[in-house]
Write a protein that binds this ligand. Structure first.
Ligand code: MN
Length: 248
């Protein structure tokens, strides 16, 4: 099995090495990651300038682009054979609930899924100094079980891991995406030249603590595994709107 590892935290994230070490047990691992932090770049593509690729030793490359660029380069240029699996992460910080829409980590996994292979995004729920070694071991354990079930093309799994020693994890839960309670996340200030500026950020998000959600599972010390699908069409709305008589 050929495994592509990427991330959105950039080629210097120690999580890449930790994952590479664990995933070698499953096949040939190639790392292709952005050359700098590309967190919250979502599914963006670089279209208006060339992309440069730099080797960093055997099977490790950086790209001066986004996580999605990295996956496209893996599937359509750099590698002689297509990857069979994409693993993205392990992200420093959670990717739960609506945040999956902003996440470069999840976007890279989505791109793998769009390319027709199973993909897993993994994120470590901490803002502090991370220890990716144990988290990578858990990713390997979960992946081993998933791969044993004949993974389907386009399988898209979102894994969030509590940041605690493995023996203090209280299990694994299959979850649905949770939901944020939106607080003030935009700070308005005045710059030294008297002009207003805005800075997106603010407090850490507050989550609705609903059982069955990713946030709830992680909060209880469990590893959260959320299977995602990409079909965004709302079939019920089509039925409702057909009754509206919309016309030109
Ligand atoms: Mn990130």
């Amino acid at each position: 099995m050929r495994i592509l590892v990427t991330n959105d935290d950039g080629i210097h994230s120690p999580a890449l090495l930790a994952l590479q070490r664990v995933l070698r047990a499953f096949g040939d691992v190639t790392v292709i990651a952005p050359d700098r932090n590309q967190s919250a770049t979502s599914h963006s593509l670089t279209l208006h300038r060339p992309l440069r690729i730099h080797p960093h030793g055997e099977g490790v490359y950086s790209v001066d682009g986004t996580p999605t660029d990295c996956v496209l380069i893996a599937f359509h240029g750099l590698l002689t054979e297509r990857p069979d699996l994409v693993v993205s992460g392990i992200n420093l910080g959670p990717n739960m609930g609506e945040d999956v829409f902003y996440s470069g980590t999840v976007a890279a996994a989505i791109e793998g899924s769009l390319q027709g292979v199973p993909a897993l995004a993994a994120s470590l729920v901490t803002r502090g100094e991370p220890d990716f070694g144990p988290a990578a071991e858990v990713v390997g354990r979960v992946l081993g079980q998933v791969l044993a079930r004949a993974p389907q093309p386009r399988w898209l799994l979102n894994l969030n891991l509590p940041h605690r020693p493995t023996d203090e994890l209280t299990g694994l839960e299959l979850t649905r995406l949770g939901s944020r309670v939106y607080e003030d996340t935009l700070v308005r200030k005045v710059d030294p030249r008297g002009k207003d500026y805005f800075w997106i950020g603010g407090e850490d998000p507050v989550w609705q603590p609903l059982p069955g959600t990713d946030y709830h599972a992680v909060h209880e010390g469990r590893v959260s595994l959320t299977p995602l699908q990409l079909g965004l069409t709302d079939p019920a709305a089509i039925v409702d709107m057909q009754a509206w008589g919309l016309h030109l």
